[in-house]
Design a binder for this molecule. Structure first.
Ligand code: MG
Length: 262
């Protein structure tokens, strides 16, 4: 069960993993940005963006999101060292390696879902390349909308991987890379010996469940079922945590590389 991070003992243990060679990796919606009714209107608040940009001067920063890369970069308003989209499946500069077979499958699924859910008010189908998201936040009867979505997904061929979220159902090809695999690859690519990952959703449990000694999970929002080590009570606490991390790293820079823990 995760422990609340803003306590003396927990914060002291957490700080030992904060070093210049730590990768700081974040989910986007619900983690760096508050969840809003209109998913197209979600924004990263300016103080959070400023703190992340300061962090980028001190360590490597990655964002691993269910959104497409282009959408995520627009929402962030800056480019972190690495932005991985589509729950881990979409990497930068991969026009040659973009998983076109996955994109084509998602296009086929989108057309099927569009037909099946055409008369379902409040359901929006977001096509993101290697995955799809079905949003039902605007539905007047969310339970009915979810039942309709699940029925429509149940008819898809081949059967997709389904990951639930907050008023959203994510549909991915079975062979798509998840967030856990993506984070491990990001650590290799950026030359980081450990990572701290922040997330709030079912998709982020893919990282938390890896149970690697060099990856630490922080769940945004209390969830006793989460496999993360720590949790924050609410999304707004992320700013205080980012500022604390920046402060620790700045003092590291002053005292030299020996401050890194192992
Ligand atoms: Mg999220």
């Amino acid at each position: 069960m995760p422990s609340y991070l803003f306590q003396f003992k927990e914060l002291a243990a957490f700080t030992r993993h904060v070093a210049p060679d730590t990768l700081f990796a974040f989910d986007l919606d619900g983690t760096l940005a508050p969840i809003v009714n209109d998913f197209g209107a979600a924004k990263v608040a300016k103080p959070v963006r400023n703190a992340l940009q300061r962090l980028m001067g001190l360590a490597k920063v990655a964002v691993i999101t269910g959104r497409s890369r282009q959408d995520a970069i627009g929402m962030l308003g800056f480019q972190p060292h690495l932005v991985i989209g589509n729950h881990g499946a979409e990497w930068p500069g991969q026009s040659g390696t973009r998983r076109w077979e996955l994109v084509q499958l998602c296009l086929k699924w989108r057309d099927r879902l569009h037909t099946a859910l055409f008369y379902e008010p409040g359901v929006e189908i977001e096509f993101k390349g290697e995955s799809l998201s079905l949003h039902y936040r605007k539905s007047e009867d969310p339970q009915l909308a979810l039942a309709m979505i699940n029925a429509a997904i149940g008819d898809l061929e081949p059967p997709p991987r389904i990951i639930g979220g907050k008023c959203v159902v994510n549909v991915l090809p079975m062979q798509a890379c998840g967030k856990g695999e993506a984070l491990a690859a990001a650590m290799d690519e950026l030359g980081c010996s450990r990572a701290i990952y922040f997330g709030d959703d079912e998709t982020d449990e893919d990282v938390f469940r890896m149970a690697r000694g060099d990856i630490f999970g922080v769940h945004v929002g209390r969830n006793d079922q989460s496999a993360a080590t720590y949790y924050l009570n609410q999304q707004s606490e992320i700013l205080e945590l980012l500022n604390s991390i920046v402060g620790v790293l700045e003092s590291c820079c002053e005292s030299g590389p020996e401050c890194a823990d192992g």
